[in-house]
Write a protein that binds this ligand. Sequence first.
Ligand code: MN
Length: 508
Amino acid sequence: MPRLKLKKVIILLLTFCVGYFLMLYWTSFALNGGSKRSRLRSRSGVTREERDSSLLVVGEPEVYNTEYLKTLAKINTPDDQRKYDEASIVICFYNEALSVLLRTVHTVLERTPSHLLHEVILVDDSSEFSHLLNELPKYVEEKLPKVRLLRSPKRLGLIRARVFGAQNATGEVLIFLDSHCEVNRMWIEPLLTRIKADPKNVAVPIIDIVNADTFYYEPSSIVKGGFNWGMHFRWDSLPKTSFSDPKAQAEPIPSPTMAGGLFAMDRQYFHDLGEYDLGMDVWGGENLEISFRIWMCGGRLEIIPCSRVGHIFRKRRPYGSPGGDAFMKNSLRVAHVWMDGYKKYFFLNRPNAEFAEYGDISDRVALRQRLKCKSFKWYLDNIYPEQTLPSAPLDTGSLKSRQDPGKVSNVKTKRKGLLWYETTKSDFRLANVLCMDVDPNTGPYARLMHCNGAGTQNWAWTTSDGVQMLHNPSSGKCLITTGTEPGSQLQASSCVNHKLQHFELVSF
Ligand SMILES: [Mn+2]
């Protein structure tokens, strides 16, 4: 009897164990299957999303801020939402891929509450692709409510195309998007909230990454906008303390500049503030211009961490620069209208810029006066205090070998027209970027290196019999050129007052 009982217990235990492992296996299979499914969905964009919108998303990165969503939940009843203004979404494109453009439009239609969406304005800036000329108008007509497709009369370039779109918009708020985006869930509410709080707030979403090869959506970290003295936009990291409090992560972040592609702005304010500078060509520099203008003329520019829009950072642009160097011309217009005396730092960075053409800026100067905008110094002191000024050079010019007192000849650098900067730190910088350096161990060549303040980069003028030599105290050597003909090299050698050691910095 007891033996039989024991057998029964063992069988029972075994059955239980097998059942348990089967259950474990099934659960893990179901979970894996689930994450595969959601990955497929985010990869294929919106069409699957339409069907699956009720499903819980498994395995997608958590890019939403729960603290903020809690506050949003209060305004997300239809009644509350009616208190918010309707937006016109302006999307300009030129020779964009149809699938990418439609991903932008479909996600906007899917993920924007209908009572917050006044219209989507697609501005076709005279594209040449046949699918944009033939299939798109038909698709918009038949399948896309609230979408208006406008075609520019001639090629305008992005900046003028945006103004064209904005002038045709009738919603209270303008939201500009690039034509290669995927707006995320609840992307629009945090933007509209800020504009409702004050129409002079300009709201920028976090720009997430849609991988240009795989089209996966990836979250990007929270950073703010800045610029360098070459007038290029750059991302600046935030101080670590800004992330200590989870609630603070949901707060708008004042940003000195914006990247330019995506932002929301009260429509009347956009017009009152002077839209864009229509004297600018194609693309480039307009983002710094509108950023400076917003801050200096009484507005506020903010990055809104709870609003996220994916963007394809494309590897090349589908348009060239028909009218020459648009970026240079546009940046010059920004510098001359907005940067006061600080434009000299741009010229130091781009010596060719000072005398380049930039057209008539009188109406933009008048706009700045009419709006009673503050100075660029005020902007730097109050909005961008972390911006540093390039170390002021003592002198700039071409370094010339003074082989014969009556005749100076240029010491050639590999690239023509680059200037040497002699700085207060006793170094010599080519194009104000790389420092002349001498390695006492492997010399004799002088070389260009990142400036590190080391003794090997320290150069001082020494005068002997009325001619100057460049002396490097750490190696005890002097700069010498192997000759005065093109291709001659700079070396460091014992200071012997040789005629090939006689240099001067010749300014223009
Ligand atoms: Mn873009």
